[in-house]
Design a binder for this molecule. Structure first.
Ligand code: SIN
Length: 339
């Protein structure tokens, strides 16, 4: 679906809005309901129609790529989305892409695209915490801000960005930090890149790590099976041993504190490494970084440290690295130190 352009509108940037579902497209039986609703039921045309003034910001080309609750995000949809974004951005007719998404796995999809999109044109993800049917729904303003950012001429070359509650986040850093609040996303430790307000975009800093055109990764892959285990009081080695028996290709451990690991779990993971399964050590804390050879002796145990990546993003990077044939420990550590 493409909006027809008046002569004035024809001068505006051409932004593709790809809808995938989520609460931003959610509907509840009554306006006070912000928890017991169905996500991903409202179509992209209706989402756009709820945003006043959008047609004075950009010419919109809209596509419904999926209608899912993002808790059910799949590898197939990641690959489809990355491929469609690449196709659209390769066209001279599109200046940027905005993706509407559920909040629950937005940070994972954003990082997948950050590493696999092959264009310097802007790609912005946005979402909402309240369904479209709610009093004070946050989706329309988030969508307007996302399109404003994509059309601003300032978001290119910065990898995939997330526009949420007026802030601009880097896909690598952003995390959902509230189950219910409208201000649900932060970039812990590092902070937002800038903000969008009242039609104005202001960046305060840029993300430094390579992304998009500067990575060797693509999403047209067979996604290798990589799972996450967590360290906690009294944890057993049951989950790790089951994963190893099942033939898992890699394991990320969400350690305590600075990525420390219960001795029982650490032994199981070190046994997995001895069987050729890469293990990446992250933290369940949600902020800070996991220092190489810090809380665990990575080199002696054969582990890779995740640095500032959350366990969920470490899993994304490990899957992409394994899919490109990188499985040797020192090379994997270089990948984690780079991206
Ligand atoms: C979802 O992630 O699709 C549902 C939750 C949300 O978007 O806030």
């Amino acid at each position: 679906m493409t909006t027809s352009a008046t002569p004035q509108a024809a001068a505006l940037p051409r932004i593709a809005v790809l809808a995938t579902g989520g609460t931003i497209a959610g509907s509840a039986p009554d306006a006070a309901n912000t928890a017991g609703y169905q996500a991903g039921v409202i179509g992209v045309a209706q989402l756009l129609a709820a945003v006043p003034g959008l047609d004075s910001v950009a010419q919109i080309h809209a596509e419904q790529v999926a209608s899912v609750d993002s808790k059910d995000m799949s590898f197939a949809l990641w690959s489809t989305l990355a491929q469609r974004v690449n196709e659209l951005l390769a066209s001279d007719d599109i200046d940027g892409v905005v993706i509407t998404h559920g909040t629950d796995t937005l940070e994972e999809t954003a990082y997948v695209l950050h590493l696999t999109v092959k264009s310097a044109k802007p790609v912005i993800l946005t979402a909402a915490m309240r369904p479209a049917s709610a009093l004070s729904a946050d989706g329309p303003l988030n969508l307007l801000n996302a399109v404003t950012l994509a059309a601003s001429g300032q978001a290119g070359g910065q990898g995939v960005l997330v526009a949420f509650n007026n802030r601009i986040h880097c896909a690598r850093d952003v995390a959902k930090i509230s189950t219910y609040a409208v201000d649900a996303f932060q970039s812990p430790e590092i902070g937002a890149l800038g903000w969008v307000q009242d039609g104005r975009v202001e960046f305060q800093r840029r993300a430094l790590r390579p992304h998009t055109v500067d990575t060797p990764f693509g999403a047209a892959i067979q996604w290798p099976q990589v799972e996450i285990v967590t360290s906690y009081a009294g944890v057993s080695r049951l989950a790790v041993d089951a994963l190893v028996s099942a033939g898992v290709r890699g394991i990320v451990v969400a350690g305590t504190g600075n990525g420390s690991i219960h001795a029982t779990l650490q032994q199981a993971l070190s046994d997995a490494v001895a069987k050729g399964i890469p293990v990446v050590r992250a933290s369940r804390v949600g902020s800070g970084h996991v220092m190489h050879n810090g809380a665990a002796k990575d080199d002696a145990l054969g582990f890779v440290s995740a640095g500032t990546l959350s366990p969920f993003k470490a899993r994304v990077l490990l899957m992409l690295a394994l899919a490109t044939g990188t499985s040797e420990k020192a090379e994997l550590q270089r990948v984690f130190d780079t991206y």
